[in-house]
Design a protein around this ligand. Sequence first.
Ligand SMILES: NC(=O)c1ccc[n+]([C@@H]2O[C@H](COP(=O)([O-])OP(=O)(O)OC[C@H]3O[C@@H](n4cnc5c(N)ncnc54)[C@H](O)[C@@H]3O)[C@@H](O)[C@H]2O)c1
Ligand SMILES: [Zn+2]
Ligand SMILES: [Zn+2]
Length: 335
Amino acid sequence: MKSIVCVQPNEFKMIELEPPVMGQGEALVQIRRIGICGTDLHAYRGNQPFFEYPRILGHELSGTILQSASSDFQMGDQVAIIPYLECGSCIACRNGKTNCCTQMKVLGVHTDGGMREIISVPISHLIKTEGISLDQAALLEPLSIGAHAVRRSGLQQGELALVIGAGPIGLGVMVLAKQRGAKVIAMDINEDRLRFCKEWAQVDYTVNVLDHPLKALAEISNGDLPTVVFDATGNARSMMDSFNYVSHGGRLVYVGLVKADLTFNDPDFHKKELTLMSSRNATREDFDTVIQAVHNGAIDIDRYITHRVSFDLMINEYENWFDPANGVIKAIVEL
Ligand SMILES: NC(=O)c1ccc[n+]([C@@H]2O[C@H](COP(=O)([O-])OP(=O)(O)OC[C@H]3O[C@@H](n4cnc5c(N)ncnc54)[C@H](O)[C@@H]3O)[C@@H](O)[C@H]2O)c1
Ligand SMILES: [Zn+2]
Ligand SMILES: [Zn+2]
């Protein structure tokens, strides 16, 4: 079985490995698509804290069943993999919040992932994806992050939501907020990405952070400001500034994350009676929301994919995905 292993920062190797043995309660999946995201790029560069090498990356995965102990999954069935392996018994898991398990192991991050021909995964983490394509199935994961953030925010039809950061994660938040019937403002520093938000996520407004954002937001909202703000930048400055963009009584959701301390002014926080929340990973319910939206034609995953390469050529292409000039939103690897 061929596998691409990140042996140390900045070095991939194509290696021949023994195929995995199917464990109890698991199924063998032939991997067919691997989506690449910021986490994979950081891990390759050695910028991902607490990352161990060698590691097989890849957590945005779809494929077909090779072997399974469950009659629910037959050989040849097309599946997506939920890569968040939770313990099932901690306080978060007991409360149904498996997405923030205390012992969380994400495939391709904390444990070996899908950059290989065959993987053995728990049957509980498979989703049947008949009626959607392999590409679409692999990209349920990054979009489910957006679905989770939107669900967590309690966003209602007709509400005005601001999404800061128009990368693949922010785009997912935007498209799922639109699905909920909200009015959506996209904010970024990058005009190309803002244009893409209009075309792809059909956001109602775009605002460039470099151009008096508070004034623009006040104008759009008749002085009220958005009732829900999502920050998906991964930028500490933006995350702290985002307190200013939320209406009185509003909610602020950190989808993006930074390895840093953030500060805020308590009188500002209090006078608005803000609700601040983080959003981590996703649950099966969020994957189901995305599948439904894909089925309804509400998410154009084909246009979300900007770059594509075969598994055999991935190592040669990978470095190119770091160059902003190449305009990568989502790269996908085919096997
Ligand atoms: N919640 C989760 O479980 C989860 C999962 C995956 C990724 N993430 C995080 O989500 C964040 C976004 O991921 P991504 O892959 O979309 O990243 P990305 O870098 O592709 O996109 C970030 C976007 O934010 C914009 N931006 C940066 N600084 C800004 C600022 N000051 N003001 C406005 N816009 C700014 C950039 O121009 C870019 O378009 C990262 O922090 C990532 O770690 C969270
Ligand atoms: Zn990812
Ligand atoms: Zn747990």
